[in-house]
Design a binder for this molecule. Structure first.
Ligand code: NDP
Length: 339
């Protein structure tokens, strides 16, 4: 069994071979009642995992343990089972190791994907558009954003796992949609494929000037994924009673020198609401609506979803660092095995 083992806490960007690496070890299988053995097909690589590479108990999820495999959401096939709810051959999603095979004690947290073998939906969707990033986009836009037709939304990291769905849902709600992303190809995807009204490459030119040009009438909702200079620019262009959906601040995850946002005072005069959240906060409230709505939009082709699929567990560490650096184009997953 090949696993990606956590070696050392990184200070800045994690480095494959130094902070985590692929190791081979013998698979010991001694299933107890209700346990299952999974053959992992896909694993999800997500920015929050960088937060688990810290030696702290303060995070909202427990940190990775040195010497242990990293873990995350996956899609897997049950290949041995002592659990009648998850028979051999079932396709499941849940938390697994970054590895080829995982024993899940008591099948804890697993969910079966019905008709997985016959469905038109690709299995990787269950860790992306139909999984955690999808629920993040769907629930927070509605609950925190309070979007209304005709309003303008600005989305950073707009071509990523969360951003591309936020943009498409906002279009469905008749908002004017503006996005930023880190390459010209990503900007073209936002404009041509996702039909954003305006988009810009934040790495070219001045962010505030680009944002002003893309949203001359100002911004009602800022969907915050990156923080730093982009947040500072958004605060300048926010309208009265604007809402900031504080989803993430990825520009701050791999640095020892956090960016000092200079203009928070805008929050006062403009009566801005800025609210953070963790997706699990909204699972009970939005989970069922999300699965129904996004599931049907996807099957009917009303939304599209771009994935960036690295192949092979050996490539997981490099793909993870690449995702933190913007080398991914769409939701980053690793395909470990074919069904
Ligand atoms: P993405 O698929 O968007 O991948 C991360 C992207 O971040 C990169 O592709 C890159 O895109 C962008 N990025 C990296 N560094 C910088 C930087 N210095 N400045 C600007 N952009 C940068 O990831 P997700 O969609 O999964 O996550 C997006 C955000 O949402 C993250 O902040 C994440 O932490 C957060 N999140 C929060 C959740 C919650 O519960 N609150 C749940 C899920 C995600 P580019 O090429 O455009 O720079």
């Amino acid at each position: 069994n090949k696993s990606v083992i956590f070696l050392k806490y990184p200070q800045e960007f994690p480095v494959p071979g130094e902070h985590f690496e692929v190791q081979s070890h013998e698979l010991k299988i001694d299933l107890k009642d209700n346990d299952v053995l999974l053959r992992n097909l896909f694993i999800s690589l997500d920015p929050y995992m960088r937060g688990k590479m810290r030696n702290t108990d303060n995070s909202y999820t427990a940190g990775f343990k040195i010497g242990q495999p990293l873990d995350g959401a996956g899609v897997s096939e049950v290949i041995e089972s002592k659990n009648p709810a998850f028979p051999v051959g079932a396709i499941v999603t849940g938390m697994v190791g970054w590895e080829e095979y995982t024993v899940v004690a008591g099948a804890k947290g697993l969910r079966a994907i019905p008709n997985a073998r016959e469905s038109k939906i690709p299995l990787s969707a269950y860790v992306g558009v139909l999984g955690m990033p999808g629920l993040t986009a769907y629930s927070s836009l509605k609950i925190i954003g309070q979007p209304k037709a005709g309003e303008t939304i600005f989305i950073s990291a707009a071509s990523g796992a969360v951003g591309q769905l936020v943009g498409q849902i906002a279009k469905r709600l008749d908002l004017r949609v503006v996005g930023s992303a880190g390459s010209d190809d990503k900007v073209e995807y936002l404009l041509k494929e996702l039909k954003f009204d305006a988009a810009f490459n934040y790495k070219k030119g001045n962010i505030l000037e680009s944002l002003r040009a893309a949203a001359p009438e100002g911004v009602d909702i800022y969907y915050e994924n990156v923080g730093g200079e982009t947040l500072e620019a958004a605060l300048e262009v926010m309208k009265l009673h604007g809402r900031i959906i504080a989803c993430g601040m990825i520009s701050q995850y791999n640095t020892q020198n956090p960016y000092g946002v200079k203009n928070l005072v805008n929050i006062v005069g403009k009566r801005i609401t800025m609210r953070g959240f963790i997706v699990s906060d909204f699972a009970a409230e939005s989970g069922a609506d999300f699965a129904r709505d996004v599931g049907s939009w996807l099957v009917n082709g009303e939304i599209i979803y771009k994935e960036d699929i690295a192949v092979g567990i050996d490539n997981a560490p490099t793909a993870f660092v690449g995702m933190l650096q913007g080398k991914n184009f769409g939701k980053q997953v690793v395909k470990i095995a074919d069904l």
